[in-house]
Design a protein around this ligand. Structure first.
Ligand code: NDP
Length: 301
């Protein structure tokens, strides 16, 4: 650990929060809070020197900076409020760095609430998934003032390979939502294309090889399908429900700004239906399984 470590709090030890917090444990003086307390206790057991806060208020009270990584901005707003809430504990001069893939409007409201008690706020959603969180190579998309983002850089450094300042509060969340909207479109489009070619008798491995040397490629064809679908491994690293939430944020943002987004709107409807059918714990690549089943093929090899 650094000789003069930052006192950092981390709220939200989920699929991606856990490896991010583990990186922080090695670099900062870390305190964690998690809604399900036994998860926080198990994390502290596994990571030397980590303290557990009994409430969001206690987390804020014991730290100079708090990182939040919850499903939605509404969840972040909820842990700020109430007698045991984060807002009660945070001291003037501290900062909240919100790594949730949240929504710009709620974040602007949160930033105002925090500014009133002299606490800074940066929306700082991440991309790269749990594997790059574990190796400290996430991309962090920041929205906030120059001064707050400069502070946030040091706070997220243990898990960040790249930190980009995109604009005022909300810009990071807007960027992340649009990125994930594109991810969702690529998943649906690739599933359709690959099952079509499988039905046409073309081997899935050969399809991926050609796509990835051609103009139809994407991160989905270059990494996700070869590593998780063709191998049949299907690890559950990112819940489909969270991706559906992200597409909704991107779609609503486009609507607020008067931008026509028929492609995103269609992807959103499909993901909404899939979330209703597959449930809250389904993985974001499960739409490929659904396409396989509907076409009577398996994309393996
Ligand atoms: P998970 O569903 O795995 O974990 C969610 C975490 O938030 C858990 O610690 C959970 O606590 C906590 N939580 C849920 N609801 C509440 C609530 N109402 N109040 C307090 N705590 C709550 O999510 P991920 O870790 O996958 O994702 C977290 C954020 O990061 C999301 O916004 C997601 O979109 C984003 N993200 C995820 C990526 C991934 O690959 N997984 C990649 C990039 C971004 P408990 O243990 O009690 O359930």
């Amino acid at each position: 650990m650094h000789s003069n470590p930052l006192r950092v709090g981390f709220a939200g030890l989920g699929a991606i929060g856990t490896p991010m917090a583990a990186r922080c444990a090695a670099a900062h003086q870390l305190t964690v809070w998690n809604r399900t307390t036994r998860t926080a206790a198990a994390f502290a057991e596994a990571n030397a020197g980590v303290a557990v806060a009994p409430s969001p208020c206690a987390l804020g009270d014991s730290c100079d900076a708090v990182i939040t990584c919850l499903p939605t901005s509404a969840d972040v707003e909820a842990i700020l409020g109430g007698p045991e809430g984060l807002l009660q504990g945070l001291r003037p001069g501290s900062i909240v760095v919100d790594c949730t893939s949240g929504d710009p409007a709620t974040s602007r409201r949160i930033a105002e609430m925090l500014a009133a008690v002299e606490v800074g706020f940066v929306d700082a959603p991440v991309s790269g998934g749990p594997p790059l969180a574990a190796t400290g190579e996430l991309t962090v998309m920041c929205g906030g003032t120059e001064a707050d983002v400069a502070r946030a850089r040091g706070i997220v450094a243990p898990f960040a390979g790249r930190v980009v300042h995109l604009g005022p509060v909300g810009s990071g969340h807007a960027m992340k939502a649009v990125n994930n909207g594109l991810l969702a479109v690529h998943i649906l489009a690739l599933a359709e294309g690959m099952v079509t070619l499988a039905r046409a008798g073309v081997a899935p491995r050969a399809v991926v090889e050609v796509l990835n040397a051609s103009s139809g490629r994407s991160f989905v064809s270059e990494a996700l399908v070869p590593e998780r679908v063709l191998t049949g491994l299907w690890p559950r690293l990112f819940r489909l429900a969270l991706l559906e939430k992200d597409i909704g944020i991107a779609h609503e943002l486009a609507g607020e700004l008067g931008v026509s987004d028929p492609v995103l709107a269609h992807a959103r409807e499909q993901f909404r239906t899939l979330r209703a059918e597959l449930g809250e714990s389904a993985d974001y690549l499960d739409p490929i399984r659904v396409a396989e089943r509907a076409a009577g093929v398996e994309l393996r090899g």
